[in-house]
Design a binder for this molecule. Structure first.
Ligand SMILES: Nc1ncnc2c1ncn2[C@@H]1O[C@H](COP(=O)(O)OP(=O)(O)OP(=O)(O)O)[C@@H](O)[C@H]1O
Ligand SMILES: [Mg+2]
Ligand SMILES: [Zn+2]
Length: 328
């Protein structure tokens, strides 16, 4: 997938920061250790010097083979002694090596395999997450949190159709969302939030988004009308920018708000269909919010498709009276 230059730069910066952090830490440990144990400094210098001495031996000529053997033995002996000193001073064996976040590419973003240089999965992850940030910049993410969600807006009177009070039901939904966010993984289940206007669907899905983003996952929150328009625009401008459809398919969590209120064309319906389908095939979680009933949704997205979404997600049916009005 292609990414625009802002996204690429921000992902590269993130990896660079990680690399520098690991290297600085190793340098600090080294300095601290050598301060306590000057012999270790000598050994470290000696080991680094072995290479130079080997090169000199080759240039000098003579019995290069036996010279090399001597150098190798002394190098190994120095390494052994250094290891022993590390243990003696209570350091782990690899304390002087940078502890890179990604062992595969040492936080460079690239590694070699079969003589080819390939992009590491950690860089791909950083790109997706930077692209999500870019897309979320306009979303009102920070306002809606679990802390600002209040249950007092829901009636405590038992509703006999529900078998409990709206308060009790919404408390269950609230707790479910909170623990969903806290235990989120890239293969968590999907959620379908339904209910009339003003009951907190957007609020709770943004609260989930906030928590999941903070835990380092790539989350995209979009409203269906806005994203339908963007998809269409990108398609018709045939831009080479990052493919929006790919990002919506690849991010760890996709939240589509207000499904059903978008302006529907054959193209946007097909795009949504493809994105949802690709995610479901790969067991990637999706949160859908709608105030349409299932049969209304079926009119747009076919019965087969809607029943598939319903079958693969936890349904949360929001109840109560419009909080927007109650808040006034
Ligand atoms: N339980 C709650 N505690 C505090 N604020 C709430 C609560 N529920 C909703 N709100 C606030 O009320 C407003 C409307 O809620 P929200 O947008 O989440 O409703 P919705 O279910 O998404 O409605 P719609 O179907 O119209 O999109 C928002 O400002 C939201 O922050
Ligand atoms: Mg909403
Ligand atoms: Zn890597």
């Amino acid at each position: 997938m292609g990414f625009n230059s802002t996204v690429q730069k921000s992902a590269a910066d993130k990896l660079f920061e990680r690399r520098i952090k690991a290297e600085k830490q190793a340098e600090r440990t080294k300095a601290e250790f050598f301060e306590k144990c000057p012999r270790a400094r000598e050994l470290d210098k000696g080991i680094t010097n072995s290479g130079v001495q080997a090169a000199r031996a080759v240039l000098r000529g003579g019995d290069v083979v036996s010279e090399m053997e001597k150098l190798r033995d002394s190098n190994l002996a120095m390494q052994r002694e250094l290891k022993e000193l590390l243990a003696k001073y209570g350091y782990p064996e690899n304390a002087l090596e940078p502890d890179y976040n990604c062992k595969k590419c040492n936080d460079t973003g690239y590694y070699d395999t079969d003589g080819r240089t390939v992009v590491c999965s950690c860089l791909k992850q950083a790109l997706v997450s930077a692209a999500c940030d870019e897309l979320n910049r306009t979303a009102p993410l920070s306002l809606s949190t679990f802390d600002s969600f209040k249950l007092d807006y829901y009636d405590k009177q038992v509703d006999y159709q529900l078998g409990m009070s709206p308060y009790q039901l919404m408390e269950k939904i609230f707790k479910f969302c909170k623990s969903y966010a806290a235990s989120f993984t890239a293969s968590s289940e999907s959620i379908l939030m339904r209910g009339a206007t003003g009951l907190g669907k957007t609020h709770l899905s943004l609260a989930i988004a906030n928590d999941v983003i903070r835990r380092g996952y790539g989350v995209v929150y979009v409203s269906a009308p806005a994203i339908a328009q963007k998809l269409e625009k990108q398609y018709f401008s045939r831009s080479d920018d990052e493919s929006l459809a790919d990002l919506l398919t690849d991010c760890d969590l996709l939240i589509i708000d207000d499904l059903g209120t978008e302006f529907k064309t054959q193209f946007t319906v097909a795009q949504f269909y493809n994105i949802f389908n690709a995610r479901m095939l790969r067991h990637k979680p999706l949160i859908i919010n709608t105030n349409l009933t299932l049969s209304e949704l079926e009119k747009v997205y076919t019965q087969r498709f809607v029943s598939r979404i319903v079958g693969e997600s936890t349904k949360l049916d929001f109840v109560g009276k419009d909080v927007r009005i109650r808040k006034k």
